[in-house]
Write a protein that binds this ligand. Structure first.
Ligand code: NAD
Length: 476
């Protein structure tokens, strides 16, 4: 039986807690009750972390690729060994079903394994110059990174926020979400246990705006990496501008899914429904707007609603649960508001629409159809278990709807027409496109958006290069 661990920060390798610091109650979303008290950083804690991060960069930017690779490989091995316990803790904090949490941890394992190899491939290039002269272009680690990770992937987000700077030779101060601290601490602990010098990666928690203002104002920090909402991302980008920091911004989405009338509707539903209700829809690349060609609209809508009603919702630690509660109190409140507003604007409710029970943060898998553009949910990222299904005539109209919103993270399309598949891959304005597939990531593939969904990539070679700067050296 896994029990929920005691909570702390990790500054200079030390577990920091108590000392009269303010605390934050970590809540189990199944019950809504507190399971842990998280210490929050005071200004002095952040100053200490900054000083240590400066030292960490001096140490780690001189590390060999072999040293970095060994740490990443070692951490991957430890995470694999600790997977069951860590996944259970993630479920206790965030609510997602245990198998989803375990899969998420395995994605961190694969990312660290990929980066363990990638550190040997951070090539520069030599320019063609006359004999006797030499010009080279090289990548160097950018410096200490401030990284902010949200709660929806309590293991995966910290894995990304720590893995890339460490592979690049940077130091990093991570502030993971206060709602899911134990998972983030578990990922960092595995890196420290695998031999990462204690100055290189640290974890602080706090009042988010206090922490980000403090860290980003420091001359020590050279890069901001943020995952979260577009509103907060814009705010942090402005703070980062004052110190001209490099930024990686992985922000919200409003995933379009184009479904054409030449597909096997049942096959698409099998993938789309599972994708929609994964992590109770609290996924930045969640399929959200189903843009369905009119000939298959009714069949698609009815099949979706039927499957939504059959999704088994419950405690993520129990066998057979397909969807857990939402992660925190704010999410069902947002669902009530967005669904209520859509119904006021004459959207049809085909499934769900309400909270389940009066304990914890459970919400029904929901389907809304014929949702008018005037509804807030057609513009605002729902970040919850709601599918929006509307009928459209043909390709041009469907592409226009896909690109209507200012977001551009992930887009999906289903069609068996090969030429149309290519047109759609070109036309959909998102950082990631899935054609006849909702699998759009992987350790070796860049993950990131365009437009209001942010800029820069995580994962893949691009994720490490985002923590590096370019230097051109010309020798006469
Ligand atoms: P939020 O926007 O307040 O917070 C999102 C994340 O940003 C949290 O982890 C929070 O701790 C952090 N944060 C907030 N203010 C910050 C600040 N000033 N400095 C540093 N970090 C800060 O909202 P929320 O209620 O936690 O989540 C709601 C919305 O956030 C969702 O509707 C969704 O749009 C977005 N979100 C996106 C992702 C993603 O993967 N892109 C993940 C989580 C949340």
């Amino acid at each position: 039986m896994t029990s929920y661990p005691s909570l702390h920060m990790i500054i200079d390798g030390e577990k920091v807690s108590g000392g009269g610091r303010r605390t934050f109650d970590v809540v189990n979303p199944v019950t809504g009750e507190a399971i842990g008290a998280l210490p929050l950083a005071e200004a002095a804690d952040l100053d200490r972390a900054l000083e240590v991060a400066a030292e960490g960069f001096r140490i780690w930017h001189k590390s060999t690729p072999q040293e970095r690779s060994a740490v990443l490989q070692g951490a991957a091995r430890l995470l694999h060994e600790r997977a069951d316990d860590m996944a259970r803790i993630a479920t206790m904090e965030e609510g997602k079903p245990f198998p989803e949490a375990r899969l998420e941890l395995m994605m961190v394992v694969h990312l660290f394994e990929f980066y363990a190899g990638e550190v040997f491939r951070l090539y520069g290039r030599e320019l063609v110059r006359p004999v006797g002269m030499r010009s080279t272009v090289r990548h160097e680690p950018v410096g200490p990174v401030a990284a902010f990770a949200p709660w929806n992937f309590p293991l995966g987000n910290p894995g990304r926020k720590l893995g890339a700077p460490i592979a690049a030779g940077c130091s990093v101060i991570m502030k993971a979400a206060e709602e899911t601290p134990a998972s983030a601490l578990g990922v960092l602990q595995a890196l420290l246990d695998a031999g990462l010098p204690k100055q290189v990666a640290q974890a602080v928690f706090g009042v988010p705006d206090e922490v980000s203002r403090h860290l980003l104002a420091s001359p020590v920090i050279r890069k901001l990496s943020f995952t979260g909402s577009t509103v907060v991302g814009k705010h942090l980008a402005k703070l980062a501008a004052d110190n001209m920091l490099r930024t990686t911004m992985e922000l919200g989405g409003h995933g379009p899914v184009l479904v054409f009338d030449d597909v096997d509707v049942e096959q698409v539903l099998n993938v789309a429904v599972a994708g929609k209700y994964r992590n109770a829809g609290q996924v930045c690349v969640s399929p959200t707007r189903f843009i369905v060609q009119e000939d298959v609209f009714e069949r698609f809508r009815d099949g979706f609603a039927e499957r939504a009603k059959a999704v088994k919702v419950g405690d993520g630690l129990l066998d057979g649960t397909q969807m857990g509660p939402m992660a925190n109190k704010r999410r069902p409140e947002a669902m009530d508001r967005l669904i209520g507003n859509a119904r006021d604007k004459d959207a049809t409710l085909n499934a769900g629409g309400s909270r389940i029970g009066n304990q914890g943060f459970f919400f029904q898998p929901t389907v809304l159809s014929e949702v008018p553009l005037e509804a807030d949910i057609m513009h605002e990222e729902p970040f919850g278990p709601v599918a929006l299904i509307n009928p459209y005539k043909g390709e041009d109209e469907m592409i226009a709807e896909a690109n209507r919103v200012p977001y551009g993270l992930a887009g999906y399309a289903w069609t068996n027409d090969v030429k149309r598949q290519r047109r759609l891959a070109d036309a959909i304005e998102t950082g990631m496109v899935g054609i006849n597939s909702h699998m759009i990531g992987g350790a070796d593939s860049p993950f990131g958006g365009v437009k209001w969904s942010g800029h820069g990539s995580e994962d893949g070679p691009e994720g490490v290069l985002a923590c590096m700067v370019t230097k051109a050296v010309h020798e006469g």
